[in-house]
Design a binder for this molecule. Structure first.
Ligand code: SAM
Length: 274
């Protein structure tokens, strides 16, 4: 396990993922009944953008910093920014929230979050970060095992975020099978899977495999800030959402043009919602 998210916190891929996450959580708030948020690869909850690691890559400058300084962002982006501002009360952008922090921000008193993080140091940091929050449980365990251990949740409604580091070369292509098995146990849950886009052929193969193995409704969403023919580079990222909430496609279609315009490099790349 070499991957450390602190190098990538606040990158354009984090911004895309966390904005989509907020749209998903907000859709769960439409009903009064409690929901469960399960995250398989949770990270540490908050990232210092002045740390040596974040400063080494400065990936946040291509992501959250551009959004933080933009004028008149759409409503969903303003919700994203208000979470970030809560963590940075003195107005300057120093700390970037991790996905569990965005989820926590919107949770109501009866909602619950279950977080898995395998890296021992990161799991320890995450436990400390949420130590005072009784609605959040942190487990130092493999995220894929947590799908077996914690699903279906007692609430019978909720969201699963799967955000792996993709350190293993076959990890992306193993997901359709893992998702198909998980859906057999809980077929009405919302599942959101983030993935990097480096190679179109591989992504198309991933989509085909999902469509073959899973018969639930699916939404495919992408944001690329570079053209896709730049080999060996992170050109963009995507999210597949299984059992997408009503009108999520419309909300993403509304904000992605703004996000692409704000984040793309020389207006290269593309956005997509299908
Ligand atoms: N979701 C986080 C966020 O958006 O703030 C970032 C997560 S980062 C992309 C991936 C995390 O997964 C890392 O913190 C890494 O230590 C952890 N990890 C790696 N393999 C894992 C596994 N098998 N199970 C759970 N966590 C794992």
């Amino acid at each position: 396990m070499n991957y450390r998210h602190t190098y990538h916190a606040g990158s354009f891929t984090d911004a895309f993922k966390h904005i989509a996450l907020i749209a998903l959580i907000q859709s769960l708030l439409h009903k009064d009944t409690p929901f469960c948020y399960l995250e398989t690869h949770a990270g540490i909850g908050s990232y210092d953008l002045l740390s040596v690691t974040a400063q080494k890559t400065k990936e946040f400058e291509m992501g959250v910093k551009k959004i933080f300084t933009a004028t008149n962002p759409p409503a969903l982006i303003q919700d994203y920014l208000s979470c970030i501002k809560k963590l940075n009360p003195d107005e300057a952008l120093r700390h970037y929230p991790g996905s569990p922090y965005f989820a926590q921000h919107f949770m109501r008193p009866d909602d619950r979050a279950v977080l898995s993080e395998l890296h021992p140091d990161d799991a320890h940091t995450l436990k400390r970060f949420f130590a005072r929050d009784k609605q959040i449980s942190v487990h130092a365990q493999d995220g894929y095992q947590s799908l077996v251990a914690f699903l279906p949740p007692k609430e019978r409604r909720g969201l699963v975020l799967i955000d792996p580091p993709y350190e293993k070369p076959d990890e992306l292509m193993s997901l359709p099978r893992i998702l198909a098995q998980t859906i057999k146990r809980w077929d009405t849950g919302i599942y959101a899977v983030w993935f990097p886009i480096k190679n179109r052929l591989q992504i198309d193969r991933f989509y085909r495999e999902l469509k073959t193995k899973i018969s639930r409704p699916m939404l495919f969403s992408e944001l690329c800030i570079y053209p896709e023919d730049v080999a060996q580079q992170l050109n963009g990222c995507g999210m597949v959402i299984i059992n997408p909430p009503w009108q999520l496609d419309l909300r993403l279609k509304e904000i992605l043009p703004w996000l692409w315009k704000t984040l793309s490099v020389d207006k290269q790349g593309h956005f997509r919602v299908e």
